[in-house]
Write a protein that binds this ligand. Sequence first.
Ligand code: ADP
Ligand code: 5GP
Length: 225
Amino acid sequence: MIKQKRHGQLIVISGPSGAGKDTIINKVVEDEKNIWISVSATSRQIRPGEKEGVNYFYFSKEEFEEKIKNNYFLEYAKYAENYYGTPKEKIIEKLEKGIDVVLVIEIQGAMKIKELVPEAIFIFIMPPSEKELLKRLKNRKTEDKNKIIERFNIAYKAINEVTKYNYVVVNDKLDEAVEKVKAIIKAEKCRVDRIEEMLVANKEELIHEFLMEEEFDNSTIGEKI
Ligand code: ADP
Ligand code: 5GP
C-alpha cells in the first residue's frame, strides 16, 4: 500500500570531543549492515594508532585548500586550527544506493549540512557531566594537556548549541546510548514524509471478491478458533 523512499538517510552526529560519538556510532554499525560512516579529510596530524583512509584522509593545509577550491567537500570547517571536511562523492553514491550515511562532524559543519539537506537527522551526543568529559578526554590518551584544555574549552561552547539538533542522547551508560541512537534511526524511517507513493487498492473489487468466497461460513461466528 505504501512505498517508502528508497534512498538512504543522512545522519549527522555532533557533540563535544570526548563525549563518545565515535564509540557509540561504531557500536551502532556493528549490527546494522545498511549504515556507512563517512571518512572525513583533515589537515591535522595523524595520531598514533590512526590509519589513512580509515580514520581520516590526511592532507596538508595546502592540499586541503586546493580541494576546497575544487568543490571536493560537501562541507568543511576549521576546528582547533585544523581543517576538517566531508568528501562529497561517496556520500551521494551511498545514499542513492539506499545506504544510510553517518557524518561525525563538529557544529559549524553540521549547520552547513542543515542548510543543504534539511531533512537529515541531527543527533547531539552529550556527556553526563563536564567532570566526566574531562576524565574521558584524559583517559583517551590521544592529546597532550594543552590540546585537552583546548578541546574542553570548545566543548563548553558546543553544549549550548544542542537546541539546533533534533535529538540529544546523554552518553552515561554506553549500551543505553547505543540503543537510543539505534531507536532514533529506526523511528526516522517511519516518518510520513518518507512516503514516496500511496497505492490505494480498489475497495469495491476487494468486497466483491470477499462476497464470492464460498468457504466463509456465517454460522461459525462466535466459535473460538
Ligand atoms: P568522541 O568521538 O566524542 O571524541 P570517543 O568516542 O573517542 O569520543 O570517546 C572518548 C573516550 O571516552 C574514549 O576513551 C571512550 O572509550 C570513552 N567512552 C565513550 N563512551 C563512554 C561511556 N559511556 N562511559 C565511559 N567511557 C566512555
Ligand atoms: P578529531 O581531531 O578529534 O578527530 O576531530 C575534531 C572534531 O572535528 C570532532 O568534533 C569531529 O567530529 C570533527 N570532524 C571530523 N570530521 C569532520 C568533517 O568532515 N567536517 C567537520 N565539520 N567536522 C569534522
